[in-house]
Design a protein around this ligand. Structure first.
Ligand SMILES: Cc1ncc(COP(=O)(O)OP(=O)(O)O)c(N)n1
Ligand SMILES: Cc1nc(C(=O)O)sc1CCOP(=O)(O)O
Length: 521
């Protein structure tokens, strides 16, 4: 028998059908739209009714040569000759189900924890349903959603096996690209498919809903495979092109930053040639995502209200395919910050994460470096390797700041040694670097050739590694130039001089002064 294509797995629920629509017409429309496998899930029907719905659905699926799976009920699956059965953790154990079902029957099982995935692997399930990823109105969940960030580790457990994995719970066309990107594991394992109920069943046009999900799923798989090769000289040239583009394109950079640095961040953004907008109200996030070109999220003075704005803003910015720069300031300092950053990264995909050693260690769950408030104590034994690993884990560019800065896209790591000690002596120098990275990423995204071609993208495919390198070089080289000036006598006079130097900084100065090397492994 042909292997099952799990890419778009429809799980039915007749209770969610819009008024006037029937189960069979919705199922047929969804199949025409691109559903690749169907599960009949009946939680309230009696046996006779479940059997009737399963028989009718089987006849329809047969017409389209599509596999049918039955939820929970081995007897119904046998009675209609379905291709398989989906079992929950409290349903029939897999080994007994195997004995009862004909050879070749597909058995899937729901998994909510790593241990459940390990047991499913031992029990030789054919596929696992991982979830719930997000909260859902379709089912009362018995444990909290696992989030996209929980999925990668589960996929790694299955690495090397033939067991397929689909995610389930709260999946919609509006969050599918984030799910596909954020769930990819460190071993580069990805989901084989997504299981969806309400986004198709409750849609006014189930065919279009299925088409949308299918094309985003396909596009996400293509995007995941793409990498841009770059050498040290290449990256410098690209960084300088982006620097020039910031001035010519004048991107609008939305910054949700902390109260300590808001004013100097806005001035530094202007000095680079970009325009700042420092808005925080959740009510205006949708509108702002339509006019801005990048978003900076800095949690330095986070409160519950601003977190809500950040959650919303990031979602809209991913949808608009613009970059998001996350600065997890002092994330190790409190449970509130840790949980908030986790919630943010489960809700949207960051393009660049930037932080000092203490912050990035806390984000990675490492104890190698620690924090004192927002300051970092200590560093990693191998900062380059750490940066590359975190970049792979978070699937975005990572900037580790310090006396030497490390920047990685998960493949290459660049080490930058520019900067003057006065830069570290003013408050918020790390935070203003976030504004620089956001401005450069905005320009890189505008320069990207891919435009709107791929629906699966969370940005336009800009060169964000070069953008981050350019931003770090701009700020650190400008700090060296500012510190040399005769009118600079200390931190008070240094900040305005830094802003002045940034506003007149030219690519030639960076090319001449840049101390950048690629780290080999
Ligand atoms: C693909 C897929 N994954 C998970 C589930 C949930 O199944 P279960 O745990 O049996 O819960 P109920 O569906 O019975 O509420 C599923 N049905 N499909
Ligand atoms: C049936 C089901 N099982 C889940 C699990 O976590 O095991 S979540 C879920 C419902 C998914 O519905 P929707 O796509 O409408 O969010």
């Amino acid at each position: 028998m042909d292997p099952i294509d799990f890419s778009l797995y429809l799980v039915t629920d007749r209770a969610l059908l819009p008024v006037g629509k029937t189960h069979l017409e919705t199922l047929e429309q969804a199949i025409i739209g691109g559903v690749t496998v169907v599960q009949i899930r009946e939680k309230t029907a009696d046996t006779a009714e479940f059997l009737r719905v399963a028989q009718e659905s089987k006849a329809l699926c047969d017409r389209y040569n599509l596999p049918l799976i039955i939820n929970d009920r081995i007897d119904i699956s046998l009675a209609v000759g379905a291709r398989g059965v989906h079992l929950g953790q409290t349903d029939m154990p897999i080994d007994i189900a195997r004995q009862l079902m004909p050879t070749g029957t597909i058995i899937g099982i729901s998994c909510n924890t790593l241990d459940e995935v390990r047991r499913a692997k031992e029990a030789k399930a054919d596929y696992v349903g991982l979830g719930a990823v997000w909260s859902t109105q379709t089912k009362k969940l018995t444990s909290p959603p696992i989030g996209v960030r929980g999925l990668g580790a589960m996929l790694d457990v299955l690495s090397g096996s033939n067991i397929k994995a689909v995610a389930i719970g709260g999946i919609k066309s509006t969050n599918l690209a984030h799910l596909m990107h954020g769930s990819m594991s460190q071993l580069e394992e990805c989901l084989d498919g997504v299981a969806v109920v309400s986004d198709i069943v409750a849609a006014p046009d189930p065919m279009k809903a299925a088409q949308r999900l299918k094309s985003i799923f396909r596009a996400s798989r293509i995007v995941a495979a793409k990498r841009i090769p770059t050498s040290r000289d290449d990256i410098l040239t690209k960084a300088l092109t982006i620097m020039t583009a910031v001035r010519s394109l004048n991107p609008l950079v939305h910054q949700m930053t902390n109260v300590v640095v808001a004013n100097q961040s806005a001035n530094i953004t202007l000095a680079l040639g970009a325009s700042p907008i420092m808005a925080t109200a959740p009510e205006e996030m949708s509108d702002l995502s339509k006019i801005s070109h990048a978003l900076l999220v800095n949690i330095g003075t986070l409160v519950s209200g601003s977190l809500q704005g950040m959650l919303k803003a990031g979602h809209f910015v991913n949808t608009a395919r613009n970059p998001i720069i996350l600065d997890p300031v002092g994330v190790g300092a409190s449970e509130f910050r840790k949980n908030s950053v986790n919630e943010l990264l489960n809700s949207w995909q960051a393009t660049v994460i930037k932080g000092n050693a203490g912050e990035l260690a806390a984000l990675a769950g490492s104890t190698e470096a620690e924090s004192k408030g927002v300051d970092s104590l200590g560093n990693f034994k191998d900062p380059a390797l750490f940066t590359r690993q975190l970049s792979r884990k978070e699937r975005c560019v990572v900037v580790l700041t310090g006396e030497t800065d490390y920047i990685s896209d998960g493949e290459r790591v660049f080490m930058l040694k520019n900067g003057h000690p006065l830069l570290g002596s003013i408050t918020g120098s790390g935070c203003v670097l976030g504004s620089c990275i956001a401005s450069y990423c905005a320009a890189a995204n505008l320069l990207a050739s891919d435009g709107d071609q791929h629906e699966g993208r969370l940005n336009r495919g800009g060169d964000f590694l070069s953008a981050a390198v350019g931003a770090v070089l701009a700020l650190t080289v400008a700090s060296e130039l500012a510190a040399k000036r005769g009118d600079v006598h200390g931190i008070g006079s240094f900040l305005p001089a830094l802003i002045d130097e940034l506003s007149t900084l030219r690519p030639e100065a960076i090319r001449r002064l840049a101390k950048i090397e690629e780290v080999g492994f």
